[in-house]
Design a protein around this ligand. Structure first.
Ligand code: CA
Length: 223
């Protein structure tokens, strides 16, 4: 698993390179937009991309790559106070972001999620629901559901697995738009909104553990 790591701060770059190498990833470092363009080779599985670079910005580079058909996951590194708009960032085709200073373990878990999502089946079809990962949408009988980003993440996590997803697992990988992790109560709120959108029967609560997708749908009404 090779990561293209684009970061101009040498101390942070070295620290991250060490973290990734220590966790079994191969790292190709780059310190500028120019180097990032040159070093994005076929072996790269995902891109960790600093937003503020000496010769340009990561969001524009991401947009440029996506326009050229680049589909590998991109995670932004952004500094607090830096001009970074989450919506613009994700709209440019970025998959995720962390705000500096971040915990190394937090970054690592985000990287793992993105790499694992890549290996998840691209076309999940479950009782009339399907996932369009390119557009980050869930469709019900071909119609896109009006989901927030967090709801999309929860729903696809549940739909991808036949097993129960624990609350701890959900809390570990979800965050709100301010870059903070969401808490237990917020998760409960997200789940209840999601149930209203997809039908309560599809999201089972496993008491004391978490949630599980269920294909069971209510019987169609008959005349
Ligand atoms: Ca920077």
């Amino acid at each position: 698993m090779t990561i293209l790591l684009v970061e101009d701060d040498p101390v942070l770059r070295d620290g991250l390179a060490e973290l990734f190498s220590g966790n079994g990833y191969r790292v190709i470092p780059a310190a500028s937009v120019r180097e990032a363009r040159e070093r994005l080779t076929d072996e790269v599985r995902m891109i960790v991309l600093d937003v503020g670079l000496p010769d340009g910005d990561g969001v524009s580079l991401c947009r440029e790559w996506r326009a050229a058909g680049e589909s590998r996951p991109i995670l932004f590194l952004t500094a607090r106070g830096e001009e970074f708009d989450v919506v613009r960032g994700l709209d440019s085709g970025g998959n995720d972001y962390v705000v500096k200073p971040f915990r190394m373990q937090e970054l690592l878990s985000r990287v793992r999620v993105l790499l694992r999502d890549r290996q998840a089946p691209q076309q999940v079809q479950r009782s009339g629901f399907s996932v369009d990962r390119e557009r980050m949408q869930v469709l019900k009988d071909g119609e896109a559901l009006p989901l927030t980003l967090t709801e999309y993440k929860i729903l696809t996590l549940l739909m991808d697995r036949p097993s129960v997803v624990s609350r701890d697992r959900l809390l570990e990988i979800l965050w709100d738009n301010g870059g903070k992790y969401i808490d237990d109560n917020t998760l409960t709120v997200h789940i209840s909104r999601l149930r209203e959108k997809v039908g309560a029967e599809h999201i089972r609560t496993i008491r004391g553990v978490g949630y599980q997708w269920s294909d069971t749908s209510s019987a169609p009404s008959s005349f």
